[in-house]
Design a protein around this ligand. Sequence first.
Ligand code: SF4
Length: 325
Amino acid sequence: MNNDLLLEVKDLTKYFPVTRGLILERKIADVKAVDGVNFGIRRGETLGLVGESGSGKTTVGKCVLHIIPPTVGEVYFEGSDLCRLEDENLRRVRPRMQPIYQDPYGSLNPRMTVDGIVGEPLLVHSLARRKDVRERVGELLKLVGLEPEMGRRYPHMFSGGQRQRIGIARALATQPAFLVCDEPVSALDVSIQAQIINLLAELQERLGLTLLFIAHDLSVVRHISDRIAVMYLGRIMELAPSGDLYLHPMHPYTRALLSAVPIPDPVLERERKRMLLTGEIPSPLNPPSGCGFHPRCYERQDICSQVAPSVTEKDGHMVACHLFA
Ligand code: SF4
């Protein structure tokens, strides 16, 4: 494994079996949620992972955190393959990688005060003595832009943006090196989204964090990501440095997604060509043959429905499409 990489994912595959029969349960099919995904994230880097709902991006996040084990593949974190670690070693690694969820309210226990919620990981992982927890929680709340006195309140007494700040404070309690942010701003008002993205960028800089930032919208990940991977039906279609992806998108799917992102300049906005994607993302239970995008692709060729394209790479820009083979 390259020493610069904090995380490396190799051939990550996650199939969920579909079974039938109550007594003699038998497998009748697989939902192919993630199918042979490869990427690495350098220390201090943010990788944006973008795709429509059903593309498999959340499953990638859960496998990376080892919340669910992959069916096949390897997930190296700080040099160790998480899939091969014994329970005790896995417990040691867990505090180093933390999730931030989309629904901050749903992930905060409504019966606990904020002090209790943010202090819990400190006690569970024996990172602070009971008498020091309050002070440490106060520091964490300040770090995310909240007042330490707010720790006495309950989650329902906060706005959506403040609740997400509490979720971030809880994630930071274990002093992680790596955060998996799974749609952390999707449930928030547009006016609040930028504040949370800026907070995450600021914390990353200050604490040297590495981020996997999952979103369904390319405009959300643009400013925080160093590189962006675009997922479709369980596979990565394109992965490139952020600026390169926005200026020179190659894959037809990326181009279609980008054409839907508004441009602040009204003249450019009026003149540019929209590529509307027709139809829904196919079911991962029965994915299309060849290139998974071919039923919706406006540039498909005969080969596309028969042969899955392999990945080609030039100057760190990777794409899986027959147009660039
Ligand atoms: Fe379109 Fe074919 Fe490229 Fe798939 S491989 S994106 S169907 S041109």
